[in-house]
Design a protein around this ligand. Structure first.
Ligand code: GLC
Length: 720
């Protein structure tokens, strides 16, 4: 009896718990680790191809399949090169850019986005999606701002959480990037960022911390740049200190592609999965095999020589195994789907709610087509596919409805078109490489056609060409390129009924603003771009987007500019964030600099009235209650924003900081909705550099409640 009991027990210990999908996660990790050889543990810590890291074939432990990017699944590349694999079944839904998602201020749409995009990743057999992005828009020139969530860490964090939770509920890991301080593309591989501890915590780390604490993000991608002169992909203080110890994070830190630079730091600096080494993350191939990666043979050698404790190896391997069991070997991972109408519906809704109407003179919008005989559409972005380009986030989309197509569908032969300007076709066409003669010819054609039109819709902006919102390069000017500003002014002189539609991930100068009747900013809208735009322009959808980035009147108004090149893009690979915590509206509002369009601003086709805000403190929370009523003639949505002003303390504080927001449902004319916005008291703390910790100043807190940072309709004060 006893013998058979022992036999069963020994059987039990040999039972492969790690393969039991119902076993507790940590049991699976511990069991798998106990069965792996030293080499097998090392082998799962680095790439085995361009976008996969190894599993343990002998034990039936799956590899990790990763892919870009935050807006959809990148086209399949060859196993070992940056070249397309030329698959015929990898065309996908291109979702709107993340800055567009942030502009919706709609947490429910963020959840819908994460759910839909992760279903496309799962269907393509991916376990980790390399996104979303959470770097901060401190400069309007940043080449990759379109992949991020704007200038405010609270809005960015709050709009990331539902996306991440929904994606990971489908068994697909998000890989939040780029951790941390990758806020420019110039010198991205080599620049060292100098920033105060306070700004680091209050602004740049904040969205990542929120994703760890509220969404349990499973993987995070280290950034190329340096902090304290150490590469962030293996920065001990940042990764082992702040991320893994202080924040108690149990996930796997993935390097950016080519972000790993030496073995010792990779071993001891908190890196768990080394990817893309010896490449530049876009074009250059590695001249070395995967066994030469820093965390491959060189690391194994250090372990065998006893120079690195085995505990370091086991911690790394456990984090990778945990990721494998959360995704690739997760029994609840969805099969997913690709290019379903549900995905296109989500894509369209996010696009429609992300479009920001900035000007609407004499209610020229929505367009009443009966008023016009000839509507001239002008601009390269009316036909260009904006799902391509931009770098690693570029997509091969099955559907890509252009603005011109959608407007032709809507208005038929009333629509005429002129390209107006030439913007190059490759993402590598330099802006100054465009032929002036060709520009002049296209300009002339547009101006000539404008003579015969009674409405002009100009569709321009940035286009994800190199230095036009693209990885590996920042914009060279705050002005629009390709002569767009001059063309818009000339068109407006011919036809005063002119609506400007701009695409792009960043603000820009608008010397023509007073000459045009209307302006909408559309970020990048994805596969349903034209449909979403047309639905808003024709009034089928009432615009409700709000800016997640301050649009300054002129470039010099951005807070860092007055400090010179040291503050951006840096001198001798050293950049100093001299504006400190006063990024974006924190600077404009505190220093009374009037922006062209403020943070949180966006117009509607209807009007709303809001009740006097009521603030109540209960326990460790403050709740702000407001009733919003639709006082206009069409259904619409409003976003109520709560900005906290803290009592004076020994440290300078921004006069306003976004600490809460809520978007109404679609309110019919005459309909009201009461919103309760809850703010945990701990969110009102500030980081004290001398104490190296968060502290709450006691006193009166004033909550400015409005529909943008400058459009405040009421205040409420609470003593804390
Ligand atoms: C790129 C990017 C990163 C991307 C990775 C893989 O260089 O910085 O965002 O996910 O490499 O393409």
């Amino acid at each position: 009896m006893l013998a058979s009991l022992f036999a069963m027990m020994s059987m039990a210990t040999n039972a492969q718990t790690y393969l039991d999908p119902n076993a507790p996660l940590e049991e699976r990790v511990k069991d798998a680790l106990s069965r792996m050889t030293l080499h097998e543990k090392v082998n799962i810590l680095h790439a085995q191809s361009k976008f996969t890291s190894a599993g343990v074939p002998r034990l039936g432990i799956r590899q990790l399949n990763m892919d870009d990017g935050p807006h959809g699944v990148r086209e399949e590349l060859e196993w070992n090169t940056w070249s397309p694999a030329k698959w015929t079944n990898d065309s996908i839904v291109a979702f709107p850019s993340l800055t567009c998602l942030a502009s919706t201020w709609n947490r429910e749409l963020s959840e819908a986005y994460g759910d839909a995009v992760s279903e496309e990743f799962a269907f393509r057999g991916k376990d980790i999606m390399l996104g979303p992005g959470a770097n901060i828009a401190r400069t309007p020139l940043n080449g990759r701002a379109f992949e991020y969530m704007g200038e405010d860490p609270y809005l960015a964090g709050e709009m990331l959480v539902p996306y991440i939770k929904a994606a990971q509920a489908n068994g697909v890991a998000c890989c939040l990037k780029h951790f941390v301080l990758n806020d420019q593309e110039i010198d991205r591989f080599t620049v060292n960022v100098n920033v105060s501890e306070r700004a680091l915590h209050e602004i740049y780390l904040s969205p990542f911390k929120r994703a760890v604490e509220k969404a349990n993000i499973w993987t995070i991608m280290g950034s190329y740049n340096l902090w304290k002169n150490v590469h962030c992909c293996h920065n001990d203080e940042l990764l082992n200190g702040i991320l893994k110890k202080d924040w108690n994070w149990d996930g796997a830190l993935v390097s950016d592609w080519g972000g790993t630079t030496n073995t010792w730091e990779a071993a001891m600096g908190g890196l768990d999965i080394e990817m893309g080494t010896y490449t530049d993350g876009k074009l250059r191939e590695s001249e070395f095999g995967y066994e030469h990666y820093y965390l491959a043979n060189p690391f194994e050698k250090l372990l065998k020589e006893g120079k690195v404790p085995m505990s370091v190896l086991d911690d790394k391997a456990s984090r990778v195994l945990r990721t494998i069991f959360r995704t690739a070997m997760n029994p609840n991972k969805v099969i997913g789907s690709q290019c379903s109408e549900a995905h296109y519906e989500a894509c369209r809704q996010i696009a429609e709610e992300g479009i920001v109407m900035l000007k609407n003179q004499k209610n020229i919008l929505p367009i009443d087509a009966t008023q016009y005989k000839k509507i001239l559409v002008v601009g390269d972005n009316a036909t260009r596919s904006l799902t391509k380009g931009g770098g690693s986030s570029e997509l091969k989309s099955l559907r890509d409805i252009s603005p011109l197509e959608a407007l032709q569908t809507l208005y038929g032969d009333k629509i005429d078109y002129a390209q107006g300007y030439y913007a190059g076709r490759s993402i590598y066409d330099r802006v100054d490489a465009i032929d002036p003669a060709k520009q002049a010819e296209l300009n002339a054609e547009a101006l000539q056609k404008a003579q015969g039109s009674d409405l002009i819709i100009f569709v321009g902006g940035l286009n994800k060409n190199h230095r036009q919102d693209c990885e590996n390069g920042d914009r060279e000017s705050y002005d629009l390129s390709y002569g767009q500003n001059e063309l818009i002014s000339q068109l407006a002189k011919i036809q005063k009924n002119i609506i400007v539609v701009m695409f792009g991930g960043n603000p820009y100068s608008m010397p023509w603003l007073n000459q045009v009747s209307a302006l909408t900013h559309c970020w990048y809208l994805g596969s349903e771009s034209g449909t979403a735009l047309a639905n808003v322009l024709c009034g089928k959808v009432c615009p409700s987007g709000k800016l997640p980035i301050t649009f300054a009147e002129k470039y010099e108004d951005y807070p860092y500019v007055k400090y010179g090149p040291e503050a951006y893009p840096g001198v001798n690979k050293q950049v100093h964030y001299k504006e400190d915590i006063f990024v974006g509206y924190r600077h404009f509002a505190t220093n009374n600099v009037t922006p062209r369009f403020p943070f949180g601003f966006g117009l509607s086709y209807t009007t709303f009235s809001c009740s006097k805000p009521v603030a109540a403190k209960s326990g460790n929370e403050v709740t702000i209650t407001v009733t919003v009523s639709n006082t206009g003639a069409v259904a619409g949505k409003e976003v109520v924003q709560v900005y906290a002003q803290s009592p004076k303390g020994e440290l300078p504080r921004p006069i306003k900081e976004l600490k809460g927001f809520a978007k109404t449902k679609l309110l019919q004319p005459g309909e009201s909705q009461t919103l309760s916005i809850t703010i945990p008291v701990e969110e009102l703390r500030h980081f004290n550099d001398s104490q190296h910790d968060w502290t709450l100043i006691s006193g009166d807190y004033t909550f400015h409640v409005g529909t943008s940072v400058n459009d405040i309709f009421g205040k409420a004060t609470v003593n804390l």
